[in-house]
Write a protein that binds this ligand. Structure first.
Ligand code: ADP
Ligand code: MG
Length: 282
């Protein structure tokens, strides 16, 4: 099994509440290659969890296009979405225990998480012990969950997300309640999974140290892709409509509505010159 690729184009999601619509995503353009590990960053309320839930097939897009592997998520009906969730996508929601059966052993948690894929007649389901081994819990197949450390519980939640060997693993704040040690062991487990079985991983995180360790980060701001990072360095992204989102510190100097002259220089650099109404340049 190799990782699934993802393509979002002008992706919009609106929560329809009585008399009040909330636009959570307002045109996300994002391509993720098979086997990538991508961190989703951004302030609270920017739409990260909404994007994760759309990728998981738990919500349907209001507009735009979204493809995960061969699945066109704007076209799938409820049955198709359920099948995709059972076979191809694993989601680990925030808070390890929300993904786990508290009174079942780790190995039984994996077996339980495989039931959807079994019902869909997947032939090549991995041995639950193998799944535990992937996240370093081979020796804890029967340990009671309350005897596991927080980091081990979070790794078990990741294993549950991987139980059916999905091509896409989605993690919402996988390290948020952990100390440094726990965080490092969860990150190492996710990196191992990605390296060994090639699963594509998208992880929402608030933690700058986690973001530093990821090859690629995407910042969601106001429901759009605001910036991209590569190994800790930030870049502005040119959207499909030609727009660029400026970083917040630059936006202070050039507020919305500012007129900018745009020059492509001979050395390949691009210069933005603020037209402040006065003569000359600034
Ligand atoms: P993040 O995960 O980045 O904090 P969310 O995706 O949870 O952001 O939320 C994006 C926006 O959508 C916020 O304004 C939030 O209040 C709103 N929102 C999220 N979930 C719901 C929901 N179930 N119903 C209505 N509005 C929601
Ligand atoms: Mg969230």
């Amino acid at each position: 099994m190799t990782g699934l690729d993802v393509s979002a184009h002008g992706l919009v999601h609106i929560y329809r509440l009585e008399g009040n619509d909330v636009v959570a995503l307002s045109g996300v353009d994002l391509d993720i290659a098979s086997g990538e590990v991508v961190g989703l960053l951004g302030p609270s309320g920017s739409g990260k969890s909404t994007l994760l839930n759309l990728l998981a097939g738990l919500l349907q897009p209001s507009a735009g296009r979204l493809r995960v592997g061969d699945h066109d998520l704007t076209r799938l009906d409820e049955k198709g979405l359920a099948r995709m969730r059972a076979l191809d996508v694993g989601i680990v929601v925030q808070g390890a225990m929300r993904n786990l059966l508290p009174y079942a052993s780790p190995v039984d948690n994996i077996r339980f998480a495989q039931r959807g894929a079994r019902a869909a007649k997947r032939q090549d389901l991995p041995d639950p012990h193998e799944v535990l081994d992937l996240v370093g819990l081979a020796d804890h197949a029967r340990t009671s969950l309350d005897q596991l450390s927080p980091g081990q519980r979070q790794r078990l939640a990741v294993a549950v997300g991987l139980a059916a060997r999905p091509g896409l693993l989605l993690l919402d704040e996988p390290t948020s309640q952990l100390d440094h040690e726990g965080r490092d062991e969860v990150l190492a487990a996710v990196e191992d999974v990605n390296r060994i079985i090639g699963t594509t991983v998208v992880a929402v995180t608030h933690d700058p140290e986690v973001a530093q360790r990821l090859r690629r980060t995407v910042t969601i701001r106001d429901g759009r892709v605001g910036a991209e990072g590569r190994r800790g360095e930030d870049f502005a992204v040119v959207g499909r409509d030609g727009s660029i989102a400026l970083p917040p510190d630059i936006l202070e100097a050039v507020p919305p509505g500012s007129l900018l002259r745009v020059h492509l220089e001979e050395d390949g650099s691009v210069r933005l010159i603020l037209d402040d109404g006065a003569e000359g340049e600034s």
